[in-house]
Ligand binder design. Structure first.
Ligand code: NDP
Length: 333
């Protein structure tokens, strides 16, 4: 097997790279940055025979440079690359257009290689969640879509959080539409994870460079007051999510499915604060303690993903502790 991973130098992508390598699967990572590619390779000397990188262009255009060369010779793709930041000046240009372009460009490039049988796309629970849902208890499944319109998503008065939800919804929708319209020789699988936390294995030299989701936990360890509030109590450990991606690529029955890999345990940043204080007494005085109400008005079906894809979920306590222990070392270095 030989798998292309886009976003391979990112938080989730790098864990997927490691999950593939640990099974002896050859990996080609795609990145815009030579420097990050070198760091990824240098950090994995034991896998130098299995890991290579290609440089690709930014998804600001519909045909980013280097993608056709990137898919050459591989038999599967895990497409993780997509902008995830709330620090934007133009949501449409920085979030929505590149997310959609990336999804279409990867499918188009894949059609040039008939060996490719499956593409796993990292979507998000953001493409599933209806933030205004009211009414009786409801369990989100892979059949649900957020109701945001494209116009709402690109509205300049819309916050980056909402625009990000639009970017994930419309990028994924375009991918499904592409499969319907073109019936290519491959299937897609979409994974829609909620907030993803856990230790990092991608190149991060400072805590200030932590990815968006982990940065929230570091803020808590740094004493932010008041604590951030999570809109939904759903999350997943990045290591479980990486396994889910690999299984989604190789499990025969996963083709054409849309899964929500999500832990059955609910989280809040208040719980994270308590875990950090208990695990790291040095931080106890600094960390804000707050009893946050955990939303019990809806649930999520993370069970289908774990059953079909054959993995179990980490405990939130382990995830938070592993990340914060690592972030403390990073902060000192
Ligand atoms: P990171 O920011 O760590 O990684 C994203 C990667 O995408 C980057 O490494 C970058 O690769 C690539 N990328 C970003 N913007 C562009 C662009 N304009 N053109 C080309 N490549 C681009 O984020 P995560 O690892 O956290 O996220 C990975 C995926 O998972 C995303 O699709 C995100 O939406 C999704 N997701 C994340 C969650 C989370 O909580 N972290 C939860 C649910 C879904 P490079 O710089 O190497 O070119």
């Amino acid at each position: 097997r030989f798998v292309l991973v886009t976003g391979a130098t990112g938080f989730i992508g790098a864990h997927i790279v490691d999950a593939l390598l640990s099974r002896g699967i050859r990996v080609r990572g795609a990145t815009r940055s030579h420097q990050k590619a070198d760091l990824m390779i240098k950090a994995r000397p034991q896998f130098s025979h299995l890991l290579e990188f290609v440089q690709i262009g930014d998804f600001e255009t519909r045909s980013p440079e280097g993608l056709v060369a990137a898919v050459e010779g591989v038999d599967g793709i895990i497409h993780t690359a997509s902008p995830f930041t709330y620090d934007t000046t133009n949501n449409e240009r920085e979030l929505i257009i590149p997310a959609i372009n990336g999804a279409i460009a990867i499918l188009e490039a894949a059609r040039t290689n008939p060996q490719i049988q499956r593409i796993v796309i990292t979507s998000s629970f953001a493409s599933v969640l209806d933030i205004n849902r009211k009414g009786p208890y409801f369990t989100y499944t892979g059949a649900d879509w957020n109701p945001l319109t494209y116009e709402e998503s690109i509205d300049p008065t819309t916050s980056a959080v909402v625009a990000y939800r639009g970017s994930k919804k419309y990028a994924e929708l375009e991918a499904w539409k592409y499969i319907q319209e073109h019936s290519p020789g491959f299937e897609i699988v979409a994974l829609c994870p909620p907030m993803t936390f856990g230790p990092v294995v991608h190149p991060v030299d400072r805590v200030s460079k932590l990815n968006e989701s982990n940065a929230m936990l570091w803020k808590i360890a740094s004493g932010v007051n008041p604590l951030p509030v999570s809109r939904v109590p759903f999350w997943i450990d990045v290591r479980d999510l990486a396994t889910a991606h690999v299984e989604a690529l190789i499990s025969i029955n996963a083709g054409g499915k849309r899964y929500i890999p999500a832990s059955p345990e609910r989280f809040s940043y208040g719980i994270a604060a308590r875990i950090i204080s208990d695990a790291l007494p040095d931080l106890k005085d600094r960390v804000t303690q707050e009893d946050q109400v955990i939303d019990e008005s809806c649930g999520v079906d993370g069970e289908t993903a774990s059953r079909d894809l054959g993995f179990t979920y980490h405990a939130f306590e382990d995830t938070v502790r592993d990340l914060i222990n690592q972030a403390i070392l990073l902060n000192k270095s």
